[in-house]
Design a protein. Structure first.
Length: 158
């Protein structure tokens, strides 16, 4: 009987230690993405916080009113997570049918000791540099001077 009690005690300790292990950020990202691509927003919400949670709520509301809004054949691949300071950024490719879209990411932070998705989105390509001519056109000083000159030459009719 004493041996059985010791065995039960050891089993309880093993279970408590295994439940205390922290989930790895890549596993959290996988859980989020697996749920997200299936439009299982309730599961996705369990590992999101902050801006990501707000985005999931908005997408969920749009999909509930217009189910065609969200693709049904989406998946992800090439998940690559890197720790940057106290955050983890995971990049991945969205696959929809035969089309692939790179530049997608999720960022994770530790919240109350748990890794949570805090932001997700798409990294857009950088805008091409403007030429001097284009830059002159957007110069607010030049625009103000042009506006002042136009005001001086326009007749006011009453």
């Amino acid at each position: 009987m004493k041996k059985l009690a010791i065995l039960v005690f050891v089993a309880m300790i093993a279970v408590s230690f295994s439940s205390c292990q922290k989930e790895k950020p890549q596993n959290v990202a996988e859980k989020f993405l697996s749920a997200y691509v299936k439009a299982d927003f309730e599961t996705a919400k369990t590992v999101t916080t902050g801006d990501a949670l707000e985005q999931i709520n908005q997408i969920s509301n749009m999909v509930s009113s217009n189910p065609e809004f969200f693709p049904t054949d989406a998946n992800y691949e090439n998940l690559n997570c890197q720790e940057i300071e106290n955050k983890v950024k995971c990049t991945f490719t969205i696959v929809q049918g035969t089309e692939k879209s790179d530049g997608n990411y999720v960022e994770l932070d530790q919240v109350d000791g748990k890794w949570m998705v805090t932001t997700f989105g798409y990294e857009e390509e950088e805008l091409p540099e403007m030429t001097e001519e284009e830059n002159d056109m957007t110069d607010s000083t030049a625009m103000q001077n042009d506006s002042a000159a136009m005001a001086e030459t326009q007749q006011v009719t009453e």
